[in-house]
Write a protein that binds this ligand. Structure first.
Ligand code: GSH
Length: 206
């Protein structure tokens, strides 16, 4: 039995919950992190010494780091669908997963915190503005990639789409001035057709 620890409004937890739902895996969710606590208990720290969410336990096997969890679940349950058997196709999915975390996540987080999550009096307009500009610049590169294929994973939806899709929801739903990026918008619309994406990712931004 799979257990997933994490609060639903965390983008890194969303990745794992959405992925598990796409794969049709039965699991138990333990809400943890933020105001829900749990992550500082000795039991949780023994499992994940970072004290962050998400973490999973799968028949005694413990794993943290959301992208590693996605790869593990897709490889175990994907049957070649979300985790491509073809080495180059899979490497391309890995590329977008790693790029999202290493390049896009920080400016998006700065923009999100200073537009939505922080109390109004703590928001810094200049940080939000710099985040917005960096995100727009990074997403123009995604737009160009999506001009050539419908999904970041290739011709079909796959694990390579999951991390960026979780963050892009906030990009499209925040009250900000977005540059027009037609291919990115078309990708977002394709994602929004997926029930598991709507259920797990397209929830109120908090
Ligand atoms: N690189 C980690 C980052 C995990 C992370 O930063 N998680 C955040 C939520 S998105 C967290 O645990 N924050 C503290 C908390 O929720 O208590 C991953 O991808 O899993």
């Amino acid at each position: 039995m799979l257990t997933i620890w994490g609060r639903e409004n965390s983008s890194n937890v969303k990745k794992v919950l959405w992925c598990a739902d796409e794969l049709g895996i039965a699991y138990k969710q333990i809400v943890a992190g933020g105001s829900f606590g749990v992550v500082n208990t000795p039991e949780y720290r023994a499992m994940n010494p970072n004290g962050l969410v998400p973490s999973i336990e799968d028949d005694g096997f413990v794993l943290w780091e959301s992208n590693a969890i996605i790869r593990y679940l897709c490889a175990k349950h994907g049957g070649g669908a979300l985790y491509a058997a073809d080495l180059m196709q899979r490497a391309m999915a890995d590329q977008w997963m790693d790029w999202t975390t290493s390049t896009f996540a920080t400016p998006l987080r700065n923009l999100f915190l200073n537009t939505v999550r922080l109390p109004v009096e703590q928001r810094k307009q200049d940080v939000a503005q710099r985040g917005l500009q960096a995100c727009a610049s990074h997403l123009s590169l995604v737009d160009a990639a999506l001009a050539k294929k419908p999904f970041l994973s290739g011709s079909d939806f796959g694990m390579g789409d999951i991390p960026l899709a979780c963050l892009v929801y906030a990009w499209f739903e925040m009250p900000i001035q977005r540059p027009a990026l037609a291919h990115l918008e078309a990708w977002y619309q394709r994602l929004a057709l997926r029930p598991a994406y709507r259920n797990r990712v397209m929830i109120e931004l908090t």
